[in-house]
Design a protein around this ligand. Structure first.
Ligand SMILES: Nc1ncnc2c1ncn2[C@@H]1O[C@H](COP(=O)(O)OP(=O)(O)O)[C@@H](O)[C@H]1O
Length: 291
């Protein structure tokens, strides 16, 4: 009952992102700090509505897609264009991993096996991030890597309105190569990709070209590979995606929120097409192309 009261208090607080964070946090403690730590199959109450009118806030979008598809790349570009935070739960997990906090050992084992972190932990990390953002005056978000289970999608649906879900798609053989080619600069955190994809079209099916995204010389000697970007772990992550996360596509499709986007190639080809599909204009990109 105390858990239910906490939920109601959090819901009554208002309609901002902090109330979403507070609600999600209270939900995670309501659901998970009980002694048995069992996840109930349904929420304890039908939530009261505390949604904000979309015209009073920034966009609330979600990126779905397999590992290596480019969610981070396109979510980060859109976040710069629209001035909303790009929140990647994979980044939150990696930050926690490198913090040597109490969770880090447990998380390392899960992530390095290509498995999903529990809904409880991921919701805690996300709600902490949302609260910190709200304190800085953030409004709206582009979520990348969340929700990844139906349960996570249901919780998100309980607390706020997602305006749009962009489902990025790419053929599976390319996904593996792209994950194996990923590199991160250990100094500036920049993301690069050394894979050069050049698949010839055959029997009527189109080819695909994706140029490598090479680092500038200052990063070249500082590149590292994520410990979960090995062939064995990527294959397991793809399997886990198909089993646990693909149903989330159907969840949003049935609510009329899913936009499917087949990536036609690398960034130069895909970015303008994605903007077109979203009815957006990248003024800076056009200027730099014209320069
Ligand atoms: N929403 C989530 N639910 C459960 N685990 C997650 C979630 N987001 C990230 N993770 C964990 O962090 C790892 C890295 O995530 P991410 O950087 O999004 O990788 P990917 O390249 O597979 O999309 C995942 O394999 C998983 O262990």
């Amino acid at each position: 009952m105390a858990a239910a009261n906490r939920l109601l208090r959090a819901r009554a607080r208002g309609s901002s992102l902090s109330s979403m964070a507070a609600y999600v946090r209270s939900l995670s403690s309501a659901v998970f700090s009980e002694s048995d730590l069992r996840v109930p199959s349904s929420l304890p109450h039908k939530p009261l509505s505390f949604r904000r009118d979309p015209k009073d806030r920034n966009v609330q979008w979600v990126f779905l897609g397999c590992p290596g598809v480019g969610k981070g790349t396109y979510a980060s570009r859109l976040s710069n264009l629209l001035g909303v935070p790009h929140i990647a739960t994979g980044d939150l997990v990696r930050e926690e991993l490198s913090s040597s906090g109490p969770l880090s050992q447990q998380l390392a084992e899960i992530v390095n096996q290509g498995k999903l972190v529990s809904d409880e932990i991921i919701i805690r990390l996300l709600s902490q991030r949302l609260e910190a953002g709200e304190a800085k005056g953030e409004s709206g978000f582009i979520l990348d890597g969340f929700p990844r289970t139906i349960r996570q999608a249901e919780i998100l649906e309980e607390v706020t309105d997602i305006d749009l879900v962009i489902n990025l798609k790419l053929r599976e053989d390319v996904l593996l190569e792209k994950c194996l080619g990923r590199r991160i600069c250990s100094q500036c955190g920049g993301n690069f990709n050394v894979a050069s994809i050049d698949i010839k079209g055959e029997n009527g099916s189109p080819g695909m070209y994706m140029a490598p995204l090479l680092p500038p010389p200052r990063c070249a000697s500082k590149l590292i590979t994520r410990s979960d970007d090995t062939e064995e772990v990527v294959k397991e992550r793809l399997r886990v995606y198909n089993e646990m996360s693909q149903p989330v596509e159907g969840f949003y499709r049935s609510r009329g929120k899913l936009m499917e986007f087949d990536l036609p190639g690398g960034i130069p080809e895909s970015w303008p097409k994605l903007l077109q599909a979203l009815n957006l204009d990248d003024h800076d990109d056009k200027q730099s192309a014209a320069a």
